[in-house]
Design a protein around this ligand. Structure first.
Ligand code: ME8
Length: 512
């Protein structure tokens, strides 16, 4: 049986999850669900990056400077609650302050040391705490960090260094040979130019910090947070604690990251793995960043959107749908509550919700709520297009395939006008039309399983079927045309997407 090991970045917990953090995790969740649906063994890892100076400062601000771990415990618990409420299906929520992670980091450090890739050197650099990274003068804008607009601190100390430049050629060769290593292609060019022209050895310990994992053999130094954080992907596979699990899950099949952290994932991380003698992850998907109503989402602008609140207002599936539909995976985009409301009214309530409602109502009316006799279908190519899009990490295109079916079905209703067929007693044509519509709805449900899991199960229930995960045969059977059994009872129930009070669609309906 093939396996799929997918990860998200581990998040800093100096604040609560924003819709940006939810975005990476939603994509990972959708892909995890897709591979589970296919019957593969899946491991989905997410969690929190806790050995960061940022978290320490947040603890100090919260009046918990003497109990940093207590602060982290509280925050990690709040992140876990949020992720549970959002319905994420991660197999592990990893925290880098956990014991098995410290163990993995120690083992990894020693492996890299043994290769001769760690040396002691003097570090003089400009450190941005916001980024947890050093900058060269040339990287700064008006002497400030380009991301955080703060003046970085000048730091001079004896540090351990990692011989990153030793891996320059090997990294370029790997990326050249595996065009899929960095997706999408636009990011690949960016990373190649960084590796070729800018990459230097990096300092991987701090003498000045008190929080973090101690350097093995030199307890006065703490391991640089990024060196420790990246190793979480190995810890989550079992490295350092469970060799059999690690052999099964490593290498990861997919790391999902935002475009802000690709240097770490596509240069530093693979070089670290090469040095430790471990295989590299198969793919790194760098998704884009989104703004909020055209502006960067930031605490100082006070425009950080809380994903849990949106999910409470609209439902988890609506948040998932919006993020995966509005933003082409890999590109930048904008998050706007107006756009979300528009898509809800137009695509979810009107197109999908209405389709289900009309088809089920007509089945009740003309066939006493039972599925009519089978007929041939018209799904040609839809599943192929859907699978290809999911495999190539174009979730937006997979949704496009689904919406094409939704629109074609609505169009079929208009063209065939079942109410006219009923009047004219065109029984065969009426039965064929209704079977095609019901069976297409069943296929739509299955395509939505990874993307809008609650909606998929509700729709299956309306069609008189069990939830997707209770399907007892090979899933390919569910994807075949004609599996909806004639004579089965449907269950219209409540609308999938109730009209919102005050929405234009609701007003239009009220006026008609
Ligand atoms: O970088 N649009 O953690 P972090 C899209 N701890 N994605 C966004 C976003 C936005 N506006 N804002 C945040 C770190 N993200 C490190 C990672 S991994 C070994 C260590 C997402 O809390 C995106 O995935 O700053 C980005 O890469 C991540 O949150 C950064 O989270």
């Amino acid at each position: 049986m093939s396996k799929f090991y997918v990860t998200t970045p581990i998040y800093y917990i100096n604040g609560l999850p924003s819709v940006g953090h939810a975005y990476s995790t939603i994509i990972a969740d959708a892909l995890a669900r897709y591979h589970r649906m296919k019957g593969e063994e899946v491991r989905f890892l997410t969690g929190t990056d806790e050995n960061s100076q940022k978290n320490v400062e947040a603890a100090e601000r919260a009046g918990m400077k003497d109990d940093i771990q207590g602060y982290l415990d509280q925050m990690a618990a709040r992140w876990q609650e949020a992720f549970d409420e959002l319905g994420f299906t991660h197999d592990r929520f990893i925290r880098t302050t956990e014991a098995d992670h410290a163990q993995a980091v120690e083992k990894f450090w020693k492996a890299v040391e043994k290769t001769g890739d760690i040396y002691l050197g003097e570090y003089v650099g400009l450190y941005c705490k916001g980024c947890e990274a050093f900058y060269g003068e040339a990287d700064l804008v008006d002497g400030k960090c380009p991301l955080h607009k703060t003046v970085p601190e000048a730091i001079k100390e004896k540090n351990y260094f990692f011989r990153l430049t030793k891996y320059r050629d090997a990294l370029l060769e790997h990326i050249g040979k595996h065009p899929d290593f960095v997706v999408p292609a636009s990011r690949r060019n960016e990373i190649v130019s960084y590796i070729r022209d800018f990459m230097t050895d990096i300092s991987i310990s701090r003498a000045s910090m008190k929080w973090g994992i101690p350097v093995p053999g030199d307890e006065k130094q703490r391991i640089y947070v990024w060196f420790d954080a990246l190793i979480n992907y190995l810890t989550g596979a079992g490295y350092g604690s469970d060799d059999a699990a690690c052999a099964k899950w490593w290498p990861a099949d997919l790391h999902i990251v935002g475009k802000d952290i690709i240097k770490f994932h596509c240069a530093l991380w693979p070089a670290m793995l090469m040095s430790a003698g471990l295989p590299l992850p198969t793919r790194v998907l760098a998704h884009g960043f989104f703004t909020v109503n055209g502006e960067k989402m930031s605490k100082s602008l006070g425009n950080v959107i809380d994903p849990v609140q949106i999910a409470r207002d609209y439902g988890n599936d609506v948040l998932r749908y919006f993020l995966m539909r509005e933003i082409r995976l890999g590109e930048d985009g904008d998050f706007s509550l107006d756009r979300l409301a528009q898509r809800y009214d137009g695509e979810l309530a009107n197109e999908l919700g209405n389709l289900a409602h009309r088809v089920l109502t007509m089945t009740e009316k003309y066939f006493d709520g039972t599925v009519p006799k089978r007929t041939d279908g018209f799904l040609a190519g839809a599943w192929d297009g859907y699978h290809l899009a999911m495999e190539e990490l174009r979730v937006h295109d997979a949704l496009e395939v689904v919406w094409k079916l939704v629109r074609e079905s609505n169009q079929l209703i208009e063209e065939r006008a079942p109410w006219k067929l009923a009047k004219l007693k065109e029984e065969k044509m009426l039965a064929d039309t209704m079977y095609v519509l019901l069976e297409t709805l069943r296929h739509i449900s299955w395509m939505l399983v990874p993307i809008m899991p609650d909606t998929a199960d509700r729709l299956l229930e309306k069609l008189g079927l069990a939830p997707a995960k209770e399907f007892s045969q090979a899933v390919e059977v569910a994807w075949r045309w004609g599996e909806l059994a004639p004579g089965a009872k449907i269950e219209k129930g409540e609308p999938l997407f109730p009209r919102r009070e005050g929405s234009q669609a609701a007003e239009a309906r009220g006026n008609s």
